[in-house]
Ligand binder design. Structure first.
Ligand SMILES: [Zn+2]
Length: 232
């Protein structure tokens, strides 16, 4: 096989390898935890904590209402039992009942406000839970897809590198080294196609002498850009 063609094929493999390696890097960087899922989990935890505190407040208020209600019942029982005859004592008991009832009114208002907040936070928890479920499902689907892509790219890279190795073994090591160094210096293109007498590397018309030499089996470099010329 023509040496320039071999190097050109090596370069085509190199381009593919680089492209797949970049893709592999992108895929690998996306594998892992999701910011959106973590953020949603944190919000859910914070709302659940608020809910727990509010429910505790609600139970405390309800317990206090029960307590005051028991006290009112006991005071009213004494008040209407007929056991107490002293008007002063009766007035004082009446006052006590009124005081308890005012206290109960306050507690009931507080309980209602807490219940209202509990409902709001419960709604928020339900909303975030649903969002989290969707986000997690989407993230799992993505991760599965990414893992599949990663496996495919790894297999493709192994195949390309194997072909590169095989092809490069047919070329003198010094020539492969020369190709590698030239490719590095020439922005990834060490071998340029010649089309209609023009070097595709620098788009300059080649002198006739260059064109004649390209037809031989020796490596010819473009006299303008220095790239190895390859006549397809
Ligand atoms: Zn050139």
């Amino acid at each position: 096989m023509n040496l320039a063609r071999q190097l050109y094929q090596l370069q085509e493999l190199d381009v593919e390898i680089e492209s797949d390696e970049q893709a592999l890097g992108r895929v690998t960087s996306q594998i892992g935890e999701s910011e959106a899922v973590l953020e949603s989990q944190a919000r859910l935890e914070s709302e659940q904590q608020s809910l727990e505190e509010l429910k505790h407040q609600q139970h405390t208020a309800e317990w206090e209402i029960d307590d005051v209600t028991t006290k009112i019942a006991a005071a009213e029982e004494s008040l209407f039992s007929g056991r107490i005859k002293n008007p002063k004592e009766l007035a004082s008991l009446q006052q006590e009942v009124e005081m308890f009832k005012a206290r109960r009114g306050q507690l009931e208002e507080k309980a209602l406000s807490v219940i209202d907040q509990v409902e709001q936070v419960e709604a928020a928890v339900a909303k975030i839970s649903a969002e989290l479920k969707t986000l997690t499902a989407e993230w799992r689907r993505q991760q599965k897809q990414l893992a599949g892509e990663k496996t495919k790219l790894q297999a493709a890279l192994a195949d390309l590198k194997g072909r590169w190795q095989q092809l490069s073994e047919q070329v003198e090591p010094e020539t492969v080294e020369f190709y590698k160094q030239l490719r590095e210096r020439k922005g990834g293109t060490a071998v340029a196609r010649v089309e209609q007498g023009i070097c595709r590397g620098c788009r300059i018309s080649l002198p006739t002498t260059d064109l004649q030499r390209v037809r031989g089996n020796n490596l010819v470099q473009c006299s303008s850009c220095g790239r190895i010329l390859f006549l397809a």
